[in-house]
Ligand binder design. Sequence first.
Ligand code: CA
Length: 192
Amino acid sequence: LLGGGKGEDMEEKKRVLIVEDEKSIVDIVRFNLEKEGYAVLTAYDGDAGLSAAREEKPDLILLDVMLPKRNGFDVCRILREEGDNVPVIILTAREGESDKVLGLELGADDYITKPFNPIEVLARVKSQLRRYTRYNTGPQDVPRPDEAVDIRGLRVDRESHKCSLNGKEVSLTPLEFSILWHLCRRRGKVVS
Ligand code: CA
């Protein structure tokens, strides 16, 4: 049903990009992720992080907020504006709630407050990757991908031709619906 290549995708290592300027944090997170079988990419400032995200297309990004050159919120916002829906977990040293809210408004999927336990980071990474890949790897208990897709609060149901965002119905013309469906079904790929 999902076509060829499924097995290959599942065997491939998931790639996690860490964008963080504190080397000690990078090292400990990298160590724990690699131990669990992830491939780890690193960037030590915001610009390098943005380039790595664009060029390497990682499966997930761990993104510090206070970074040289460009802060993590900017990196996240720019990626979302470019249509990149890679899962992003913000690493924040600040305790203020506004930080968390801002990160989530800019399109981050989760946040972790420093200092953190590496085990917690692993758990969050796994959870986000599970959410993100379930329609690609297809457990049996989710709707068939040719009927409906759920992406970060956006649900597009082809059977009923209905679309909703965070539970609120969105009114679309048939053409808009077709385009949105087409894009959702090919997320992460270039669509002509
Ligand atoms: Ca930092």
